[in-house]
Structures are given as structure tokens and as C-alpha cells.
Design a protein around this ligand. Sequence first.
Ligand code: DC
Length: 230
Amino acid sequence: MSSKINIAIDGHSSCGKGTLAKNIAKELGYTFIDSGAMYRAVSLYFIREGIAPGEVQEDPAVLGNIKIEFKFNPDREYFETYLNGENVEDDIRGLEVSKIVSKVSTLSEVRTFLVAKQKEIGKNKGVVMDGRDIGTVVFPDAELKIFMTAATEIRAQRRFEELKKKGIDVHFEEVLHNIRERDYLDSHRQHSPLKKAEDAITLDNSSMTKEEQARLALKWAKGVISAYQL
Ligand code: DC
């Protein structure tokens, strides 16, 4: 039996799930998958093809034209997102995609399509996946589930600085508004809303450094892994 486990990391927008997931995956030699990037890639496809999200309900076959892959970039030490063979890692992070992605992720056709891919990725274990429904829907049997959160203004400030660093011209108020709106949509949607799995551990990182979070989560992960090796 494999001694590897799956780790599910769920939580609000911009609370550092990706950074934590990436850090623990690196330490454990696991694969890191950003499930939000998959919803973003679908959103980018819709924008580029001029498809209104609602059209998918009438014609779910359009999803068959979307191929999403992750390829490891050793320079960035990161699994980058590819849409139909093109590296879209930067394009999917802009505000244009952020503005529609919560809407796109409410569509049950899109969720069914992506959840099937995510389950497939996790079937051999050794995956750290972050998102909104990983512990509840994608990997309900994950051996370790972490639910992350942080104060709204702190999350907005972090995202604002991230966008500024990338040279994206944006106002703080706009970022804050986008985060509040996404929190609402993510937690109130009909299909797989963001909620803490009953067996998840909460990690509020409002006043924690990235290193402190990684240390704590790794301690949890190693504890679980050693229990599975007994
Ligand atoms: O993690 P993120 O902000 O990049 O995610 C983008 C959007 O995708 C977010 O608004 C909610 C949605 N999402 C989801 O519904 N389920 C997931 N497992 C991951 C993301």
C-alpha cells in the first residue's frame, strides 16, 4: 500500500491556500494542483471564444473542446496551467478572469467536468490540492484536510500587492470589492458551496507568516503520514 496521502486545502479567496499547498507539496515531494486555476482556465476559454457562461447549460458539449494540463516549470518551481496546449498561467490571474470565475464556477456542468478530472489526478495519492470543495466533494476521503481563512482586508491587501508586483494597475477598493463578492458567491452557490468539511482543521493565518503556516501544516501532514505507515 502507498504511504502517500492526499491533502485537501480549502478556504476563502486570497488567503494563501496556493502558497501553503505549494510549500508543503515541495517539502513532501508531492504534486501540487491549484483547482482554482482549472476554473480560471475554463473562464479564460469562455472570454476568448465569446461564450456567455449561461450558454454552457444549453450546450455542455462545448466543454469537450477544453483541455487543461499542468506542467512543472523548474525555474518557477511550480505546476503551470496549460489551456489547449498554451501556457496561460499569467492570463488566468488577471482581473478580467477573476470577475467571471465565480459565476463560471456556479455552473453544475463545469463543476462535473472539472471534478472528474480532479478525482482522476488524485487517484494515486501524493497530491496536495487547493480549492473550495476539495475536502467535501473532490477528495472526501483525503487523509488530511485543512480549512484556511484570514480577515477580508488582510486578504485584499495581499492580493493587491501581488497584482501590483505583476505590474497590473488596479485600485485597492476594486480588489476588496472583488474578494467580498467572490466570498459571497463561493459560500452561497447551490452546487458545492465553500464550507468546512467536518473533519478539517481550521488554519486562520491573519497574523502568521508563510513560514509559520508551512511549518504547522507540515507537522500535521507528517503526523498523518507516519500514522498511515504504522
Ligand atoms: O482559488 P481561486 O481564487 O483561484 O479560484 C477561482 C474561483 O474558482 C473562485 O472564485 C471559486 C472557484 N473555485 C471553485 O468553485 N472550486 C474550486 N475547487 C476552486 C475554485
